[in-house]
Design a protein around this ligand. Structure first.
Ligand code: NAD
Length: 395
């Protein structure tokens, strides 16, 4: 079939296998071009490994330090008539590239929140990997079923306390109009914490430690976003921010548990980027279109792979890691430079439907969005007839 993007609101419902493979390869090429990042980590578990920051972390570990990697993701395989999800094609492409490079790589496709997938992961680690020295927690999900009660919780993206009105860009129509989002109820806040907070990260580390598959000196990291004034009402100080605060609580609890292994748990603060998760957040597409313009002009623009590389070299494996006063690894330093934020705030005030393309990098944002699904990748013939089916070796 000839595969062209089918965009529906903030999601693209299909993906291009060759384009996804090209994206994975270009991230691998970036990491290889940086040279070795050292001999650690050696045995890495990435939970949320198929897209965005998790995929970039997996590529950095495998191709930067030659690590064995086990990835956990929740992706849709292709059928003869329907393409698979982008993460499915990414994971297949990663496994193939790793194998060709002589690197151990296995992918488990299933619900990371479940007890079954945790048990299957431990079994695989015991069989093939020995002990894990880095656990990356990079899940982004709108819902979670508690494995012990069977109850399913949904997260919401809402302000807390009062309703919030803001400029918002409709990425389909390119119209900019005010949106008002009502505040979350107490139950919605609690449910969002249940989905995106630290509970499942703790459950993973408890299960891994309980099965004795964590190495001496093991590190674990979970990802968050803090942002600044423009995004606080919908992110930092909103329901998702509350959930992310719970990661700090979990990191402190995990540091106590990992002390017996001289292990370490950190939250890493990463920059705002176009990913499937961030595209769903109101206000973000306009903020990102402006941020991309400003950071590209400053020469400070980074994608997932550049951030993951810095996280490993300036954070996790640095002799003096870039830590803040609450023990978080800070990779959002360039986005949050006061002069960068001041430029973004000024453009935010000035932007209208009429000057959107002139004042912002909406074009770059849109390309980055399509790129997530394997479209607009360099060197891919999008007019070619291609099978949506690819062979996976997922467990
Ligand atoms: P993403 O949507 O690109 O990736 C999410 C990953 O989680 C995918 O691999 C997906 O398969 C996996 N996943 C989702 N539900 C799952 C489940 N039930 N079981 C197994 N796997 C599942 O998201 P992302 O933007 O890379 O976000 C990853 C983390 O980084 C999140 O914690 C997010 O809050 C954080 N973060 C994102 C940004 C940003 O701007 N995108 C910035 C800072 C931090």
């Amino acid at each position: 079939m000839i595969i062209k993007p089918k965009v529906r609101g903030f999601i693209c419902i299909n993906a291009h296998p060759a384009g996804c493979a090209a994206n994975v390869q270009s991230q691998i090429d970036f990491i290889k071009a940086q040279g070795s990042i050292g001999s650690t980590p050696k045995n890495v578990l990435v939970i949320g490994s198929s897209t965005g920051y998790g995929l970039a972390s997996r590529i950095t570990a495998a191709f930067g330090s030659g690590a064995k990697t086990l990835g956990i993701c929740f992706e849709k395989p292709a059928t003869e008539r329907k393409t698979g999800s982008a993460g499915y094609y990414n994971a297949v492409a990663f496994d193939k590239a790793a194998e060709e490079a002589g690197l151990y790589a296995k992918t488990i496709n299933g619900d990371a929140f479940s007890n079954e997938i945790k048990a299957a992961t431990i079994e695989q680690i015991k069989a093939d990997m020995g002990k894990i020295d880095l656990v990356v927690y990079s899940l982004a999900s709108p819902r979670r079923t508690d494995p012990n009660t069977g109850e399913t919780y949904n997260s919401v993206l809402k302000p807390i306390g009062a309703s919030y009105t803001s400029k918002n860009l409709n990425t389909d129509t390119l119209k900019i109009a005010d949106i008002t989002i009502d505040p979350a109820s107490e139950e919605e806040i609690a449910n969002t914490v249940k989905v995106m907070g630290g509970e499942d990260w703790e459950m993973w580390i408890d299960a891994l430690q309980g099965a004795d598959v964590l190495a001496e000196g093991c590190k674990t990291v979970a990802y968050t976003y803090l942002g600044d004034k423009l995004t606080w009402p919908i992110y930092g100080k909103a329901t998702i921010g509350k959930a992310k605060e719970d990661l700090d609580r979990a990191a402190a609890a995990l540091n106590e548990k990992l002390a017996s292994l001289s292990g370490q748990a950190n939250v890493a603060v990463l920059k705002a980027l176009v990913t499937q998760a961030s595209s769903a957040i109101p206000v973000m597409p306009l903020y990102l279109s402006i941020l991309y313009r400003v950071m590209k002009e400053e020469g400070t623009h980074e994608g997932c792979i550049e951030q993951a590389y810095r996280l490993f070299t300036e954070g996790l494996y640095a002799s003096t890691p870039r830590l803040d006063d609450v023990n978080r690894l800070r990779m959002d330093n360039l986005e949050l430079q006061p002069e960068t934020q001041a430029k973004v705030e000024k453009l935010w005030e000035e932007v209208t439907e009429e000057n959107l393309l002139e004042l912002t990098d909406f074009k770059g944002h849109h390309e980055a969005f399509l790129n997530l699904f394997g479209f607009e990748a360099n060197g891919v013939d999008y007019d070619a007839d291609i099978s949506p089916l690819v062979e996976d070796s997922f467990l």
